[in-house]
Each structure stands twice: as C-alpha cells, then as structure tokens.
Design a protein around this ligand. Structure first.
Ligand code: CTP
Ligand code: MG
Length: 160
C-alpha cells in the first residue's frame, strides 16, 4: 500500500512540468500559428491553427518554471519541451490522417506529449518502468478531467 502511494507520488512529481506545460496553451495560447499557415505536401495544413507560437512558448516557459521550483530546471525544460513537441507531433499526424484541428484522436491526444517528454528527460533523469506504465495508464483520465474543466470554464471549445 505504502509502495503504491510512493509510486504514485514519485510519478506525478516527475511528470508535473510536462502536465503544466500541456495545460498552459489553453490559457496563454492563441494568435499566430506555429506552421505560419503553411500546407504540407498532401495539401493539408502542417499543424493547423490550434498549435500557436504563444501556446508552444508558454508551455515551455511554465513547465521550466515548475521544474525550477522543483529544483530540477534542466529536467523541467526537457519535459516541457518534449510535451510541446509531442503535442505538435500529434497534430501533425492528425492532419496527415485528415482529422481537422480540434478533432479527437484518442491515443495521440493523450499520450503523445507524455511519451516524447519522457523520452527527452530520460537521459538526464531516468524513470523506472513501473512509473512509466503508471503514467501511461492515468494520463488519459487526467487529460480528460482537465479538458472537461477547461471546457466548463469556457477556456476550450471542445472537451477532449
Ligand atoms: N494551443 C495553442 N498552442 C499550442 C497548443 C495548444 O494555442 N501549441 C491552444 C489552442 O487554443 C487549442 C487548445 O490550446 O485549441 C487546445 O489544445 P489541443 O487540444 O492540444 O489542440 P486541438 O485543439 O485538439 O488541436 P489539434 O487537432 O491540432 O490537436
Ligand atoms: Mg485536442
């Protein structure tokens, strides 16, 4: 029981900068899109209007700040950069699949940012397999919960 509590707390402490980074664009995003409105070879947008420069930058800034407060600034930077890269990569794949900006793609929307953020931070601060599996399991539920709250607060048009 105590072991499980420690695993949960350790995992959430580890991933906190990535979670915070992922939430920031909903509050601080908007404006000029990261892809500058450009299209990919398939004629569809590279990323779409929902991935903005301000959102991307605010995610890295907030996540890094959280990491600094935790006393792990480099990990915080890597986790939040990974979160924003993974989030954008998810949108890139969604556009290639013909899913419009804001449309849902179950795995990509919830795990994309998580996987890339752990990949980037792992070399600097490794995480045990138990914690990685725990985060893969709980993140979709946490993601859904925060999206529903953001939707109710009027911060987000859709609740996924
Ligand atoms: N957002 C932003 N900049 C980013 C990422 C997100 O401004 N780099 C903002 C946008 O307002 C976006 C909202 O956060 O609508 C929610 O982000 P998310 O759910 O990740 O994007 P989607 O709207 O689902 O867009 P996509 O289909 O491209 O994933
Ligand atoms: Mg979405």
């Amino acid at each position: 029981m105590l072991d499980l509590t420690i695993l949960i707390l350790k995992s959430l402490w580890y991933i906190l900068p990535a979670y915070m980074a992922n939430m920031s664009p909903v509050i601080f995003g908007g404006g000029r899109p990261l892809d500058m409105g450009k299209k990919f070879l398939d004629g569809r947008r590279i990323l779409g209007d929902h991935k903005t420069i301000k959102g991307f930058a605010s995610g890295i800034l907030i996540g890094t700040l959280v990491g600094c407060l935790q006393g792990r600034s480099l990990t915080g930077f890597l986790l939040s950069s990974g979160a924003m890269l993974g989030d954008s990569l998810g949108s890139f794949v969604k556009r290639r699949m013909g899913i419009e900006a804001g449309g849902s793609a179950p795995f990509l929307d919830q795990e994309g940012f998580l996987i890339i953020s752990i990949l980037l931070s792992y070399p600097v601060e490794p995480l045990d397999i138990g914690s990685i599996l725990f985060l893969l399991v709980v993140t979709p539920a946490l993601h859904k919960g925060t999206n529903v709250i953001a939707h109710r607060l009027g911060l987000k048009g859709v609740d996924h």
